[in-house]
Design a protein around this ligand. Structure first.
Ligand SMILES: Cc1cc2nc3c(=O)[nH]c(=O)nc-3n(C[C@H](O)[C@H](O)[C@H](O)COP(=O)(O)OP(=O)(O)OC[C@H]3O[C@@H](n4cnc5c(N)ncnc54)[C@H](O)[C@@H]3O)c2cc1C
Ligand SMILES: NC(=O)c1ccc[n+]([C@@H]2O[C@H](COP(=O)([O-])OP(=O)(O)OC[C@H]3O[C@@H](n4cnc5c(N)ncnc54)[C@H](O)[C@@H]3O)[C@@H](O)[C@H]2O)c1
Ligand code: SF4
Ligand code: FES
Length: 819
């Protein structure tokens, strides 16, 4: 008769252990798993991706219901184990069942730590640990606006990014002065903070939470210093505790976690533990890679296979926030006896720190460029002595003079054993990848991802997966497959746009259906992108889908931190008149606008406007929308040029006004800013714009791909022309080429680096190509209409907009379809 194995906990570590046990000894046990959550085993790590809209709940299932049935496992899902009788060898559940065991495994994971402050029990105060929490946040984002995340660690920042993607305003409250203080040094932490602030996160650092306000539901958070922040949702992400209470009550030795030896045996015979509930040599782990290692050891132990046991793990982490590359491993702080090699490139926002102790790499932090992560992690784990050659770890054998070591991947891969885990998030070993390459014919990273799930979590293992692929097949055999535009499809941007054009698809629903989107409703990433691509491809046929647009675009105004809106009328080229100024002043007084401010783009911002006042203000202003909220032409900044300036050689004002009048209201992949300077002194700062025009003797220079935001980039010279007419035509051709080839949400500065200035120049080189591009942009431009005017002139659109104001529902905005 088979022995009875009962496992409490149906999470990542426990089920991974069972999978390995089944491989080693498929028929040894009758296995029963008790899981408190009403789901089969899912990838908890990917909850961050679900929240961010990059994956669906279905995507994250690791072992579906059939897997349990096919392997003869009894799963009690939605059942909580409440008692263990180690003498009788039984486990009892809350629903009254009693299960007898020969071997018992605790795999109960962790509990999120909740701050025990007054008000912590209010509705809207949650942790971020499971599917239920994730669903609560997604639901809250539909009805509420302001979220506070307490805790600036990995979990808090991933929660904050997800909530931002869901359209909420997010403040992160952190008790220390530096974010991710458990993973990063101060320099990397500051760089991370700046990057995330650029993404729209607000930080309240060195703040101690005191109490949560509200009646039944939370309304805000008060700090020990007496200050207060409003909030409709509070997510606590301040660390975890091993969930060891049941084990303790059953007589198992528990310190911080369930104490185990190197073979995952607890203090009681035939009782084992694995995962986050465990304390091994005084350490409780909170990342999956070590837990999978523990699972492998326990599987051998229970299959009767000899092993060296588990000796502890070196940790490495990567933040799963798109657009941010951060890696941290081992002991990254400066301690007595350690020396660090630091490289900081402030131009490209890159920071690398490698910590040595007695010539051995003991820790590393990477920000901005994490391509060295596998190499460094491998160096830490190998314990190799680099004395005298420390710099080779980062720069290769030339010690810094010759740049990064190009080879090294082959050595790295060769040094790995077959059962070494490559993808910590998904427990994928080197052997599994080699098998997928050899037997399933995988020739690209996305194919390996689809076959094995490697790189489907934090993405930190991608360089290593690539290295294994390249080393195994040879670089020329590896297919350069583009990643899908979001988690709903494996199709790249070019494939999606190609299909839209070839099949003449005209609605987002149609695209999703025809191209077999994994999630029929799409996600927050693909919906606005598809709406843009469709409008770009078929300006006449495509009906703009307001429900697919970002919330500011639906409201034709930018929402501010206090929930009010800003109104920015168009002021062509920054030139206004006394009449316009008077009207703005009258409107500002009539609607009691709290702040009237000049913007960096030479126009006037009316801030603090109530949503219900928007249509009235637009009507009274009787000026076109400035599109300050849109992925569209924003401003054309001008200097006074030769109209008044004694240095000016050309009429910069007229040039700027003509450009703005021609290209206003144009939908673009991201916002576009222009500027015109009347001489090379360049007072309008044209060389940090998406397109900058600078007057020179006898003509104009056109600069492209500049940016003045978080990543300052100087624009590059595209061409020199003689006349104003040519400036307009080159600008039209350039903007249309950008519209047709950029990824949605890609600024021209990123796009021009990606495609290369030479490609852009080549595409615009011939007169006939420029003419064709201009013909297409003109076709689009002639269809554009001012959205403010449309709403105030159409009763239907206005009542739809007012319905939105009354209900606060974002769905109502969808009705206010203003093409
Ligand atoms: C949002 C998020 C993102 C993360 N991202 C990463 C990442 O990028 N990289 C990384 O390495 N790690 C990450 N982690 C941590 C990782 O998910 C955990 O380390 C891992 O899930 C722990 O596995 P476990 O099996 O020990 O515990 P769990 O996965 O928590 O499983 C324990 C299970 O036991 C059940 N249980 C507990 N008590 C009982 C009982 N009495 N009866 C029945 N069932 C019970 C629980 O309901 C739970 O389902 C992340 C965690 C979260 C929440
Ligand atoms: N990408 C990843 O690898 C990833 C992502 C999410 C979660 N996780 C894991 O999940 C677990 C939970 O993550 P976590 O971020 O909650 O834990 P954590 O312990 O890593 O970070 C918690 C943070 O909260 C801060 N904090 C503590 N008390 C606070 C307070 N009262 N007010 C404000 N800030 C406070 C701490 O300074 C710390 O930086 C960890 O084990 C983590 O490694 C990993
Ligand atoms: S850029 Fe030249 S023309 Fe324009 S304001 Fe400056 S100095 Fe005068
Ligand atoms: S290590 Fe996170 S996806 Fe592979």
């Amino acid at each position: 008769m088979k022995k009875k194995l009962v496992m409490i906990g149906n999470g990542m570590a426990g089920v991974s252990f069972v999978e390995q046990l089944l491989k080693l000894s498929p028929n040894r046990y009758d296995i029963s798993i008790i899981g408190a959550e009403p789901h089969p085993n899912y990838n908890r790590i990917m909850l961050s991706s679900v929240l961010a809209g990059d994956a669906s709940m279905n995507d994250i299932v690791l072992n579906d219901w059939d897997w349990y049935r096919d392997n003869g496992i009894t799963l009690l899902a939605g059942h909580e184990a409440v008692g263990v009788d180690a003498e009788r060898r039984t486990v009892s559940t809350k629903t009254g069942e009693t299960l007898a065991y020969d071997e018992l495994v605790f795999a109960t994971g962790s509990l999120p730590f909740m701050l025990p402050i007054p008000g912590a029990d209010k509705e809207g105060v949650i942790a971020f640990r499971d599917i239920k929490d994730c669903e609560t946040m997604m639901e809250a984002a539909k009805h509420y606006r302001k979220a506070i995340v307490i805790g600036g660690g990995l979990l808090g920042l991933e929660a904050a990014r997800g909530l931002l993607n869901l359209g909420m305003e997010v403040g992160v409250v952190h008790n220390g002065p530096c974010l991710m203080n458990r993973q990063l040094d101060e320099t990397a932490s500051r760089m991370l903070q700046a990057e995330l602030e650029g993404q729209g996160m607000k930080f309240l650092l060195a703040k101690q939470s005191a109490s949560i306000t509200g009646e039944a539901r939370v309304t805000g958070l008060t700090f020990k210093d007496g200050t207060h922040e409003e909030a409709d949702l509070i997510v606590m992400a301040i660390g975890i505790r091993p969930n060891a209470q049941l084990a303790s009550a059953g007589g198992v030795l528990v310190n911080d976690g369930i104490v185990v030896n190197d073979y995952m045996e607890t203090s009681i015979p035939n009782v084992y533990a694995v995962g986050e509930c465990v304390e091994h040599r005084g350490v409780a782990y909170g990342l999956v890679a070590p837990l999978y290692e523990q699972g492998a050891v326990l599987a051998k132990r229970l299959a009767g296979v000899e092993s060296d046991g588990y000796h502890g793990s070196v940790l490495s982490t990567k933040l799963k926030v798109s657009g941010v590359n951060v890696f941290s491993a081992g002991r990254y702080t400066d301690e007595p006896g350690t020396k660090a090699l630091r490289v900081q490139d402030e131009l490209d926002g890159i920071y690398k720190k490698v910590v040595f102790e007695n010539g051995r790499v003991v820790g590393a932090v990477l920000f901005g460029d994490t391509s060295d992560s596998s190499k460094l992690f491998s160096a830490i784990r190998s314990g190799k002595d680099y004395t005298g050659k420390e710099k080779e770890v980062l720069f290769g054998p030339s010690g810094g003079a010759g740049g990064k070591e190009p080879a090294g991947d082959a050595d790295l891969v060769a040094a790995m054993s077959g059962d070494e885990i490559v993808c910590g998030c998904n427990g994928v070993t080197k052997d599994t990848l080699l098998e997928a390459i050899a037997e399933k014919g995988c020739v690209s990273v996305p194919e390996l991802k689809a076959c094995t799930k490697a790189s489907a979590g934090c993405g930190g293992c991608k360089p290593l997966v690539e290295a294994i692929l390249t080393t195994t097949l040879g670089a020329d055999q590896v297919a350069a497959v583009k990643e899908g535009i979001c988690g709903c499809t494996t199709l790249s941007r070019d494939e999606v746009v190609g299909a839209i054009q070839q099949m003449r698809l005209t609605t987002t629903k149609e695209v999703m259906h025809v191209l077999e989107w994994k999630h029929p409703e799409g996600c927050s990433k693909c919906r606005p992108a598809l709406n843009y691509y469709l409008g770009m491809a078929f300006p006449e046929e495509h009906e703009d889908e307001q429900e697919s647009r970002f919330v500011n675009e639906r409201n034709h105004a930018n929402i501010q931190k206090d929930g009010t809106y800003s109104v920015v009328p168009r002021i062509y080229g920054g030139v206004t008149t006394p009449e316009d100024l008077k009207r703005i002043a009258i409107v500002a007084e009539k609607y009691q606008v709290p702040l009237v401010k000049f913007t960096g783009g030479q126009r006037i911002d009316l801030l603090g406007v109530k949503k219900e006042d928007l249509p009235g203000m637009w009507k009274d202003l009787d000026m076109p929308s400035g599109y300050a909220y849109g992925k569209s032409l924003r401003t054309v900044k001008t200097c006074v040029g030769n109209t008044f300036c004694r240095f000016g050689t050309q009429d910069a004002i007229k040039m700027g006004v003509d450009l703005e009048k021609k290209f206003e209201r144009l939908n673009t992949p991201h916002k576009v800013k222009l500027a015109v300077s009347g001489c090379p002194r360049n007072c309008a700062e044209a060389t940090i714009k998406d397109l900058g025009v600078v007057a020179i003797d006898g003509g104009w220079e056109l600069y492209v791909g500049g940016n003045g935001g978080t990543r300052v980039r100087a624009a590059e010279l595209l061409t020199k022309v003689k006349t104003e007419e040519e400036v307009l035509l080159w600008t039209g051709a350039y903007l249309q080429y950008y519209r047709e080839t950029a990824n949605y949400m890609e600024r021209t500065s990123e796009w021009s680096v990606r495609v290369g200035l030479d490609t852009i120049k080549k595409a615009l080189e011939k007169q006939e190509d420029r003419d064709a591009l201009n013909a297409r942009i003109d076709q689009t431009l002639k269809l554009t209409k001012d959205p403010w005017k449309q709403i105030i002139e159409s009763d239907e659109l206005r009542s739809a907009f007012e319905a939105l104001t009354a209900t606060g529902s974002s769905e109502a905005a969808a009705q206010a379809d203003v093409k």
